[in-house]
Ligand binder design. Structure first.
Ligand SMILES: Nc1ncnc2c1ncn2[C@@H]1O[C@H](COP(=O)(O)OP(=O)(O)O)[C@@H](O)[C@H]1O
Ligand SMILES: [Mg+2]
Length: 247
């Protein structure tokens, strides 16, 4: 039997103001699997990722990481975040810290590594995202694509069980998207377990093992990446043709 790393069961999120953003979403992610979540803006994709990473509390539902229930007030949030990496659309780097220090920060404070070991680990992951020449730069002097690769390196440095990506290329100029997608594809090929929310439909089709299509807070269709070429529901058909028009 294949090992389930992440399981989301009946997740619901109601924001203040009675905004029912997620209405009962369940899915599993197996070890080494890459799952893409697609869907219109406002369908609840970010809310699902934010609940998994404990940035917000679900209203209902159970989230497990390797069988451990993590949406539990007693669970250690730092520990969870070191096992579940997150890469945001807006990078979320510390602008006052050099690239190297953006990465060593979590290693030192969460993992308790000393400076030398943390820097050694940071250099290893910066090599993986092809940024060894920018270790001393400040984020403000990097391109968007480079910033996002630093954010990916920062997530990787913690050796997470799974990485969540929330529209990692949406804030990038078109010519910079390719380098970030290539980095993510490389991780998927190496067997990194990941959930990636993306508007890059062809990337989702080519890289993800499985696609989840969300609509209005629910999973409206899911299946192997082939569903992109052969959607079963009218809603997914309409969504995909609207994305075609956008491109
Ligand atoms: N902090 C918040 N407070 C209130 N409503 C929110 C908040 N964040 C998101 N929402 C609402 O929840 C719904 C789902 O949002 P979101 O998860 O961001 O969707 P997506 O990532 O698919 O665009 C939307 O209607 C959005 O306006
Ligand atoms: Mg979103």
């Amino acid at each position: 039997m294949e090992e389930i790393v992440l399981s989301v069961e009946n997740l619901e999120k109601i924001y203040p103001g009675n905004i029912h953003a997620v209405k009962g979403v369940s899915f599993n992610v197996k070890k080494g699997e890459s799952v893409a979540i697609i869907g219109s803006s406002g369908s609840g994709k970010s809310t699902v990722l934010r609940c998994i990473n404990r940035l917000i509390e679900p209203t209902k539902g159970i989230i497990r990481l390797n069988d451990e229930i993590i949406n539990n007030p007693l669970a250690n949030v730092n520990d969870i975040r070191s096992k579940i990496g997150m890469v945001f659309q807006s990078f979320e780097l510390f602008s006052h810290l050099k690239v190297l220090d953006n990465i060593t920060l979590g290693l030192r404070h969460v993992r308790g590594m000393d400076k030398k070991d943390a820097e050694k680990s940071a250099l290893e992951v910066l090599a993986r995202v092809d940024l060894l020449d920018r270790t001393e730069a400040y984020p403000g002097n990097l391109s968007g694509g480079q910033k996002q690769r630093v954010a990916i390196a920062r997530a990787l440095a913690m050796h997470p069980e799974v990485i969540l990506f929330d529209e990692p290329t949406s804030a990038l100029d078109p010519e910079l998207i390719g380098s970030v997608l290539k980095t993510i594809k490389g991780l998927a090929d190496e067997g990194m377990t990941m959930v990636i929310v993306t508007h890059e439909i062809s990337f989702a089709r080519d890289v993800a093992d499985r696609i989840i299509y969300m609509d209005k807070g629910l999973i409206a269709e899911q299946g192997p990446s082939e569903i992109i070429g052969n959607p079963q529901s009218d809603r997914l058909k309409e969504f995909l043709s609207s994305m075609d028009e956008e491109n």
